[in-house]
Design a protein around this ligand. Structure first.
Ligand code: NAD
Length: 487
């Protein structure tokens, strides 16, 4: 059943079908059936988008006219506001967001982040004076100017598509770049709306282009290997991130990579509300499909049994309060696709075969509907198990015991990833000491909110490189030119 409007490409200022009129079905995670149709971009379409973005960067005043950029990005923001309901529908039908999760991570947070970008934008440094210096007997004056890097390929995932699309597109546009947005095949509509509303806002042709297709790699690989594209901003899996870095090397592509994580929350023995801290880590929000979710819970060995009992109770109280499309209180729905369901289920089977103790869940739930439903699942295990080392990207938590603070830090750091994390303690100095020692891009102490549109977000180690959001997120799209002159 088609529910969503057709997702059209936006190339060189024109909303259009794909070459030859090819389309593909958008499969809804709640039903497993088509919820919409999207244009299936050909190589020729992607090439046209790249050419348009290049032309707009090189031959219009987009890169130099700051007032025009701010005015159009602000106008586009207002149009997104007018389309909140459609954005909510897209988040629910394409990404499988539960109604109660739409506000937090999908629509409100993304639009708030957009406002944050506009608010921090006046702080961007465009020029820095380095003063004079006498070399070889004459005086030289020097300054650095910060220029937009050029054409940006923004390759985005399906989990929180609006949030990631805004994180990349709005920052690149404000910096003065032109953009080709390439959303995931599961969530083309959340990309297409950027084209539709940019057309309505009156963006100059080629400044923003949107392409997508049924082949997950075709358009992305073209962006990564094309010399006309200057920077790739990518969020997704580590495997594809590595491939982008390798394939981008040929054209010395600048790359921003956000590649997920296996973040640890450490609850210390003196945490004021131990039971609440443990129970809050239950990985249910958006079925655990978040890159910075805390999917490892570290608790003191002395309180391991107590933590397991708290979790068992927590999951059983959560019960069947998930997986109903029309329930506004639900924060957990299906996982995004059949492929993702198979992947998550294979990790659950792996956890059992590795000898982890299943505390809750563990089953696929076809009784919830024709879509891709997996029960909230929790294992007690050790950090050497693959379920504790690899990103599952589903509703699967692993609780692990530690001996003392040093051991907790060691376990948190014993991971390829380093994206998020948390620590809870009644002693702020003790918690801060641990926060400083965990090698990760963001850290939450006693529940502090480490993700917002006005602060930088990104990873250490295999979680990626570069920063998105905040002032750093805009400056990621600038390059430095040094000018030295003699009077
Ligand atoms: P993915 O990395 O395959 O896809 C992300 C984006 O990259 C999509 O737009 C996709 O079409 C594009 N892409 C795929 N192959 C490409 C290639 N060779 N070159 C250029 N672009 C390419 O992620 P996925 O298939 O959506 O999910 C697989 C796993 O990735 C998940 O299970 C999860 O672990 C992880 N993931 C992480 C995040 C995150 O926020 N870090 C988000 C989504 C998925």
């Amino acid at each position: 059943m088609t529910i969503l409007p057709d997702a059209k490409l936006f190339i060189d200022g024109v909303l259009r079908d794909a070459e030859g009129g090819k389309t593909f079905d958008v499969i809804g995670p709640w039903t497993g059936e088509a919820v919409g149709q999207a244009a299936d971009a050909s190589a020729g379409d992607v090439d046209a988008a790249i050419a348009a973005a290049r032309r707009a960067f090189d031959h219009t005043d987009w890169a130099t006219n700051i007032e025009k950029r701010v005015a159009l990005v602000t106008k586009l923001r207002a149009l997104f506001e007018d389309n909140r309901e459609r954005l909510s529908d897209l988040a629910r039908h394409e990404a499988g967001a539960a109604w109660g999760a739409v506000g937090r991570a999908h629509v409100d947070m993304a639009l708030e982040g957009w406002d944050d970008y506009l608010a921090v934008f006046p702080q961007v440094t465009w020029e820095r004076d380095y003063g004079g210096r006498t070399s070889y007997g004459f005086e030289t004056l020097r300054k650095a100017v910060y220029e937009p890097i050029g054409v940006v390929g923004a390759i985005t995932p399906w989990n929180v598509p609006l949030y990631v699309n805004v994180g990349k597109v709005v920052a690149a546009l404000l910096a003065g770049c032109t953009v080709i947005l390439k959303p995931a095949p599961n969530t083309p509509g959340m990309g297409a709306i950027f084209g539709e509303l940019a057309a309505e806002a009156g963006f100059p042709a080629g400044v923003i282009n949107v392409v997508f297709g049924s082949d997950p790699a075709l358009a992305g690989e073209m962006l990564v290997t094309d010399p006309r594209v200057d920077l790739i901003s990518f969020t997704g899996s580590t495997g594809v991130g590595k491939r982008i870095m390798a394939q981008g090397a040929e054209t010395l592509k600048r790359v921003f990579l956000e590649l997920g994580g296996k973040s640890a929350k450490i609850v210390l023995d003196d945490a004021p509300n131990f039971a609440m801290e443990v129970a809050q880590t239950m990985l249910v929000f958006h079925a655990g499909q978040g890159c910075a979710v805390q999917s490892r819970l570290l608790v003191p060995q002395s309180r391991f049994e107590e933590a397991k009992a708290i979790l068992k109770h927590g999951y059983s109280s959560f019960g069947e309060n998930w997986g109903v499309f029309d329930d506004p209180k639900h924060i957990m729905g299906p996982v995004v696709s059949k492929r993702q369901m198979e992947r998550v289920m294979s990790y659950i089977e792996l956890g059992k075969s590795e000898g982890a103790e299943l505390l809750a869940g563990g089953n696929a739930r076809p009784d919830k509907g024709g879509g891709f439903f997996i029960e909230p699942t929790c294992f007690a295990g050790t950090n050497d198990m693959r379920i504790a080392r690899e990103e599952i990207f589903g509703p699967v938590l692993v609780v692990i015991p530690f001996e003392d603070d040093e051991d907790a830090i060691r376990i948190a750091n014993d991971s390829d990833y380093g994206l998020g994390g948390g620590v809870s303690s009644g002693d702020l100095d003790r918690a801060m000491h641990i926060a400083n020692r965990v090698r990760t891009g963001t850290m939450s102490v006693n529940g502090g909110m480490s993700i917002a549109g006005d602060i930088p977000f990104g990873g250490f180690k295999a979680s990626g490189m570069g920063r998105e959001w905040g002032l750093e997120g805009i400056e990621e799209f600038l390059d430095t030119k040094l000018i030295a002159w003699r009077n």
